[in-house]
Design a protein around this ligand. Structure first.
Ligand code: APR
Ligand code: PHB
Length: 398
């Protein structure tokens, strides 16, 4: 088998890149370890920046998003038993975000790929890239993988490593050629999905002595809530009743009273981590999305960063294949990282300001209170949150 761009991973990064390339006539094949149903069963993020919305439009995947997505031009911070609105649109000259689940984005991208006859091979094992970098500039890489017990070979010009944090792509880069930066936080998020109306029209990020809480949504009838939990907590220890009780205790009283509870559809615990690898390329391999970086979810940046990497790699591939601009290839990593580090900073900062770090650190607790009080009472402070939350501009390659 032969293609121009071999894409490893059919998460949002791989599928969006594949669709954009397909529309430019650039041939690509996606190799995915799991089944399509499994990929769609993962409940992930739900906030799309304008840049990602625009990119989905460019990929021709906007029809259902325009009907079912919820445009939000504000977001709220809750602390000290009160709520403060961050007027995203007012503070950023009219920018907003779209609340539309990653699961739905993935579903739409899969359908679009099928409609144009793009090839995705699901349930492939032992994906292994070879000859990513050689002494000869003309030598090309290839990928070996197993499907239904047989070994296959996919020859290609470039490899897009869209296989998430635990994928094989980053691990294929020799040690010593990349540097990893990491911070692991001493807590996780317990998320719950329920068919109940959201407690408010906009998302609420809440700081409380008992820990962080987030009220989010998927539609007018479906809510997504999160609470900060210790890393050793197990989902089984959290009955629906216990979850709702704890959530209510962390919200302002009026908000807690307005909360409509009901049975959960899904519950899961995720650890929080900041992670970046530099550089994001090695020879003819480009790392994209979670394969290269992780942010804690507090800034809603994970999915959006994946989209901005895709934007960069897509435009690079178009220039390479249509204009022969191979001179731009070394620019990929730096172009992505410029934006990534700023999103890392915002996600780390939101996480630091809103979570409980320890029982003992009263000084830290007062610093968090003062910081929240300051940023929410200053136009400059609110603007800082707003412009980062709606998403900083995409970087260009040239
Ligand atoms: N071979 C083939 N596929 C693989 C391999 C492998 N060795 N390892 C992982 N994969 C697949 C996973 O099964 C998954 O479907 O790669 C895909 C990676 O998808 P994601 O983890 O979703 O990563 P990405 O597409 O970069 O999406 C960005 O944004 O909201 C955040 O973390 C969230 O998923 C989200 C991410
Ligand atoms: C979600 O709806 O799942 C969600 C929203 C905002 C975040 C994180 C997750 O910051």
């Amino acid at each position: 088998m032969k293609t121009q761009v071999a894409i490893i991973g059919a998460g949002p990064s791989g599928l969006l890149l594949g669709q954009l390339l397909q529309r430019q006539g650039i041939d690509n094949v996606i190799l995915e370890r799991k089944s399509g149903e499994y990929v769609l069963s993962r409940i992930r993020a739900g906030v799309l920046e304008q840049g990602m919305v625009d990119l989905l439009r460019e990929a021709g995947v906007d029809e259902r998003m325009d009907v079912e997505g919820l445009p939000h031009d504000g977001v709220e911070l809750a602390f000290d038993n009160r709520r403060v609105r961050v007027d995203l649109a007012g503070l950023t000259g009219g920018k907003s975000v779209m609340v539309y689940g990653q699961t739905e984005v993935t579903r739409d991208l899969m359908a679009a790929r099928e409609a144009v006859g793009g090839i995705t091979l699901y349930e492939v094992d032992n994906v292994q890239p070879h000859d990513l970098e050689t002494d000869s500039p003309d030598a090309k890489p290839y990928i070996t993988f197993e499907k239904d017990g047989e070994t296959h070979r996919l020859d290609c010009d470039y490899v897009a490593g869209c296989d998430g944090f635990h994928g094989v792509s980053r691990r294929s880069i020799p040690e010593g050629r990349i540097k990893e930066f990491e911070r692991v936080y001493p807590f996780g998020w317990l998320g719950m999905l329920s068919d109940t109306p959201p407690v408010a029209d906009e998302l609420i990020y809440a700081r409380h002595e008992r820990g962080f809480a987030l009220c989010s949504m998927r539609s007018a009838q479906r809510s997504r809530y999160y609470i900060q939990v210790a890393l050793d907590e197990k989902v089984e220890g959290w009955s629906d009743e216990r979850f709702w009780d704890e959530l209510k205790r962390r919200l302002p009283e009026e908000t807690a009273q307005a909360l409509v509870t009901g049975p959960s559809i899904e519950k899961s615990i995720a650890p929080l981590r900041s992670f970046v690898v530099e550089p994001m390329q090695y020879g003819r391999l480009f790392l994209v999305g979670d394969a290269a970086h992780i942010v804690p979810p507090t800034g809603a940046k994970g999915l959006n960063l994946a989209a901005s990497d895709v934007n960069t790699l897509y435009r690079l591939m178009v220039k390479v294949f249509k204009e022969g601009r191979t001179d731009l290839i070394p620019r990929y990593s730096d172009t992505c990282l410029k934006r990534i580090w700023k999103a890392e900073r915002f996600s780390w900062w939101m996480t630091s300001m809103l979570h409980k770090f320890s029982d003992e650190d009263d000084f830290n607790s007062r610093m968090q209170q003062a910081e929240l009080d300051y940023v929410t009472s200053s136009e400059a402070g609110l603007t800082t949150i707003a412009e980062n939350y709606v998403g900083l501009p995409y970087e260009s390659l040239e």
